[in-house]
Design a protein around this ligand. Structure first.
Ligand code: DQA
Length: 144
């Protein structure tokens, strides 16, 4: 069975109450449940994690090599700042699907640049919770 690591960055643990007009009413637990259901249909196994710490995310990415077949990542605010996360993703040489709940291109200019996109196979943004499910499908397409 193929394994997909789903990584969530800072403040995504606040989903549900955090600016619901932008990020929706679903909690991260709701998104995780939807991802787990989707993974069954894709015949994939997922590990779903969240951290507010950049270094912890870098370590998880490093450890993915040899243990996972693809990474789905919503790096949240670190998308726009983190060369370290970009470098870690480039180093592990796995399919990387970047996902954002909101359409970052319709928002503040500082959100238009994502360093992580430079290491991503593809990017999905603006579709809320559904974006995670599309990202899992995209990840699975690399397995066939
Ligand atoms: C986000 C978009 C980022 O700009 C923001 O910092 C987030 C969430 C999204 O999912 O829409 O925390 O990654």
């Amino acid at each position: 069975m193929h394994r997909i690591l789903v990584i969530n960055g800072p403040n995504l643990n606040m989903l549900g109450t955090r600016q619901p007009e932008i990020y929706g009413a679903d909690t991260l637990a709701d998104i995780e449940a939807a991802c787990r259901e989707k993974a069954v249909g894709l015949n994939a196994e997922i590990e779903f994690c969240q951290s507010n710490y950049e270094g912890e995310i870098v370590t998880w990415i490093q450890q993915a090599r040899g243990n996972f077949d693809a990474i789905v990542i919503n790096p949240a605010a670190y998308s726009h700042t983190s060369v370290a996360i970009m470098d870690a993703l480039l180093a592990v040489d796995l399919p990387v699907i970047e996902v954002h709940l909101s359409n970052i291109h319709r928002r503040d200019e500082f959100r238009h640049l994502s360093y992580v996109s430079k290491a991503a196979s593809g990017v999905i943004c603006g579709f809320g919770k559904q974006g995670y499910l599309l990202a899992l499908e995209a990840a699975a397409s690399f397995f066939r």
